[in-house]
Design a protein around this ligand. Structure first.
Ligand code: GUN
Length: 288
């Protein structure tokens, strides 16, 4: 069976086009556009690239906002003060603090300080709680993007056996909760595997939909995949030769899977598109 390689960039482009059209409509109706501020503390090169991509996408759909760059020595108190100011600023609808943060700053204190109505990353405990009880508001962008990929690729999740590899708060756990939700992109029977799981490969082989988010380069081999399964690769790793790979061994996976979301060019572009959509939603909350 030929494996279809999902074009995450093209799917994300459709979402971005829809967001841009909605921004233009809201601008003509209300005279305002959504504002997104991305906060970057320090000079981690990978974070610098991510932040630039997020702001560029945000400019392209017509949002206002900026990248706020703070020095690596910024204290926790200073960062919290900055967040208080952004929380109070009505032109700012979405606030994203790029992780990881320098050692002297406690991630949790920062995440909890962001106004939950501006938490477009979906990391605040209030938003995590809303997803857990089945009334999601802001959902983390990566799992939200994966659901969007599944829906737009015509993958039937209802009644499907989904296996999520990895239990991180941002990806694995939130992904499992989304797949459990009632409605489009949900209604799956979900299993989460993690570092203490016995025989992960055997459980993975039962999956109609396999989500690899354990953060181990090319750990998912061909014999972990049920013939005809849909495989979504969430990992991103740089090999010693500089090329990128995911958590899935792609050459083996394409021999077995019916559909694969590859790395790069799969989940990554859709994650940014979902950040735009969350920011648009945050703006609409202020209009309501
Ligand atoms: N660092 C890596 N991924 C993310 C993300 O989705 N949001 C934030 N804020 N930081 C990150």
């Amino acid at each position: 069976m030929a494996c279809r390689i999902i074009d995450g960039k093209a799917l994300a482009q459709q979402v971005r086009k829809d967001v841009a059209a909605e921004v233009a409509r809201l601008k003509s109706e209300h005279g305002r556009v959504p504002g997104l501020v991305v906060v970057l503390v320090g000079d981690d090169p990978a974070s610098g690239v991510y932040v630039r991509n997020k702001r560029k996408a945000s400019d392209e759909v017509g949002f206002s906002g900026e990248v706020l760059r703070l020095p690596a020595e910024t204290s926790q108190a200073e960062l919290l003060q900055t967040l208080d100011r952004l929380n109070a600023d009505p032109s700012v609808n979405g606030i994203l603090v790029q992780l990881p943060l320098p050692r002297q700053i406690d991630d949790r204190a920062v995440i909890e300080r962001i106004d939950p109505l501006k938490d477009v990353d979906g990391f605040h405990p209030e938003n995590a709680g809303l997803l857990t009880i089945g009334t999601p508001r802001f959902v983390p962008c990566t799992p939200l993007g994966i659901r969007e990929i599944l829906i737009r690729s015509g993958v039937e999740t209802k009644g499907a056996r989904a296996v999520v590899l990895g239990r991180s708060q941002i990806v694995g756990k939130s992904m499992a909760l989304l797949l459990l939700q009632k409605g489009p992109g949900g209604d799956a029977t979900v299993t989460v595997c993690h570092t203490a799981t016995r025989d992960t490969a055997a459980i993975a082989r039962e999956a109609d939909i396999l989500i690899a988010a354990m953060g181990r380069p090319e750990a998912v081999r061909g014999d972990w995949i049920k013939p005809g399964a849909v495989v979504i690769d969430v990992g991103i790793h740089r090999r010693v030769d500089g090329t990128l790979c995911g958590d899935v061994h792609q050459p083996e996976a394409v021999e077995v899977a019916s559909m694969l979301s590859p790395v790069p060019g799969g989940v990554g572009p859709m994650t940014i598109a979902m950040l735009l959509r969350n920011t648009l939603d945050a703006f609409k909350i202020t209009l309501a």
